[in-house]
Ligand binder design. Structure first.
Ligand SMILES: [Fe+2]
Ligand SMILES: [Fe+2]
Length: 178
């Protein structure tokens, strides 16, 4: 057993090996290091990156709230559990962004929003939300002058693209069932 640390969210992970994805933020395996190798780099020096991180926080708050509502809708347990996991991951993204911005976690990050009446409609909305998030993070990575910010946004964009993949699987499953 060893202690690893995620370079994206900073959370520690106990395991024999690195996880394939961070259980907290979803970052990929290559973004884990042994705990003593961890170096903090939260250099944020431009207004543009600050504004992009603030917008990213809004996106994560909105998505976490949506998933918290969506996890209660319908009777397809796999979809509900998927939304439950997504709610946690997006909230983790939000709190990580707060560390970059050096602000307290807003209460809104733990609140529940509104969702649609059916699981399928929620999965379709999730696709749009994940597309928007990954698109914005890719753009923000390109705009960042700070290496660390660019790297962080690229890691987030990867995670949101993974979520889009989950949505596609869920649509296929729900369509067959319906
Ligand atoms: Fe992480
Ligand atoms: Fe996210």
């Amino acid at each position: 057993m060893r202690v690893f640390r995620c370079l994206v969210c900073g959370d520690p992970y106990l395991g024999k090996n690195k996880p394939t994805n961070c259980p907290f933020c979803g970052a990929h395996q290559n973004l884990f290091v042994l705990v003593h190798e961890y170096k903090e780099n939260k250099d944020l020096s431009t207004e543009k990156s600050r504004a992009n991180l603030e917008q990213a926080l809004e996106i994560e708050i909105s998505n976490a709230q949506f998933y918290r509502a969506a996890m209660e809708i319908g009777d397809d347990e796999p979809t509900k559990q998927m939304f439950r996991a997504l709610a946690k991951v997006e909230a983790e993204h939000g709190s990580t962004i707060c560390k970059w911005l050096k602000v307290d976690k807003p209460a809104a990050l733990s609140e529940t929003g509104t969702a649609n009446d059916t699981a399928l409609a929620n999965v379709e909305e999730s696709k749009k939300r994940e597309e928007r998030a990954s698109g914005f993070y890719t753009q923000a990575a390109g705009e960042a002058m700070e290496k660390g910010v660019a790297w962080f946004f690229r890691a987030l964009a990867e995670v949101e693209r993974d979520h889009l993949e989950l949505d596609k699987q869920a649509v296929a499953r729900l369509t067959i069932m319906g």
